[in-house]
Write a protein that binds this ligand. Sequence first.
Ligand code: AMP
Length: 479
Amino acid sequence: MKNLPQKQWKDECGVVGVWNHKDASRIAYLSLYAIQHRGQESAGIVTLEDGQQHVHKGLGLASEVFDDAILDRLKGQAAIGHVRYSTTGFNQMANAQPLHSNLLNGPVAVAHNGNIVNAGPVKERLKSEGSIFQGTNDTEVILHLVAKHPSSDLVECLKSGLSELEGAFSLTILSHKALIAARDPQGFRPLVLGKITDGEGRNGFVVASETCAFDLVGAKYVREIEPGEIWWVDETGEHSVKFGARRARSSCVFEHVYFARPDSVVFGESVYEVRKSAGRLLAEQDRKEGLTDFDLVIPVPDSGVPAALGYSAASGKPFELGIIRNHYIGRTFIQPHQAVRDVGVKIKLNPQTAVLKGKRVVVLDDSLVRGTTSKKIIALIRAAGAKEVHLRIAAPPTVSPCYYGVDTPEKSQLIAAVQTQDEINKFVGADSLRYLSLDGLLAAVKGEKGGYCAACFDGRYPTSLFGLDLMPKGNVRGL
Ligand code: AMP
């Protein structure tokens, strides 16, 4: 979900849904726990009990927002939940999800991952027709589109409302009688369906942004919610309809590069295997260019680990944990202030002299955005005694901002958009720098099978941007 107006632009969220489970709130909680990496600012769960909804939301991690007593109060056998990525400068609590409202067709709660790129114009139109908006987020547009529709059938309202929207939306929705999941026609963000059985023999469903949630709650992966699909389950069983115009699929390649957990299956592919392939392909690229004079392959933990394993296997050079990560802090980019971020890299990553002294090392990272993290890491590796440091990025240069839900800085702050590879190499202080080619990345995700959005790497946006590209992307956080 994205905040409007466009001063701030911090997105990526995770959504879950549960149907027909005696401990729906706890299954939702555990699922949120599994996808916590998708957002750490706020967490929320709405449950359904006898046609009534119970809501609890708060700022912080799922484990900070919920405790046993709260989960006990969230009664019912169906639930949806949301974890939200940080947004500074806005009333954070007002934007916490799920959003919930009492509409003509009863209580409706919505959890959203992605950015609706035409939320601005749709919102203006709705306002001119009398709609009053409470928050500054794009998700509220969905509730208003549903509220204005004359049908008493929520799915009919959604079919019509969602058809008006452009961009990225993976949704879980709870009504007074159904769990609904919907995904934009281009399938930007992941959304998967699983089956679960509770201790009393009830057969139910779980919906989540990533399959790692299913592993934790003991659900069985069934399939993706298809792009352009509204799926729902109520007491009469499972149903599905398509909505909107048929569009070419544009799933986000960056989910595979960085965002998703490596133990998830995203867009039908294992994230871990994709990242390993990316590393392998990068090693092959290097070999063709004769870049084989080094002693060790080390990852930037944790995001560079699978790629470094692939690179090591393909190059035949040993994989070593040359940098040890402190696991008691979150991803550095979560921290909203520059001062905290600067300390962040040092607190988080500690290069080991025992491994690095006198060695020529290839360092693998998943992506290079502003280059500031790599610069600090390379300085630390050199300080630990490495003789040569060769930086390898298991993705192409990041040259364009994302408008579909990943937090990337505006173009002027993307180092590859404003500097040549040699200049970047100098800036980060490496002996050499190489990226995986876009063809290589698409081969790693088996891109030929389905359509991927790689706009962050090639600037080709698969929708109109409705002027969003003309506005600043706002306060850029360190990544
Ligand atoms: P930097 O080049 O200093 O901007 O940092 C790039 C590092 O941040 C990469 O190694 C990734 O692990 C991580 N990263 C890349 N994209 C994002 C993002 N959208 N949000 C948070 N972290 C990211």
